[in-house]
Write a protein that binds this ligand. Structure first.
Ligand SMILES: [Zn+2]
Length: 79
């Protein structure tokens, strides 16, 4: 049970001090974290992966925070 709670705290970004940890993807969307952005519109942001699996590895993320793919609006996911 303790391991599940620790996993939940890490996954949700809740630090042990009670302060929420910033989401790195939201920081990239907001321009507060460095990223090589290759595309941006009102729904998505695409940027080069910092640990690419192959040349040209790009991550495409929703412009609004989503904890997982199920939280991404359908209009954004099928874009
Ligand atoms: Zn986020």
């Amino acid at each position: 049970m303790r391991l599940l709670l620790i996993g939940w705290l890490l996954a949700t970004g809740v630090a042990f001090a009670g302060e929420p940890k910033p989401c790195v993807f939201c920081e990239i969307v907001a321009g507060r974290a460095e990223a090589a952005v290759v595309y941006r519109d009102e729904r998505v942001v695409a940027f080069m992966d910092i640990a690419p699996h192959n040349p040209g590895h790009v991550l495409v993320i929703p412009a609004r925070h989503a904890a997982d793919i199920l939280e991404v609006p359908a209009a954004t996911a099928r874009r």
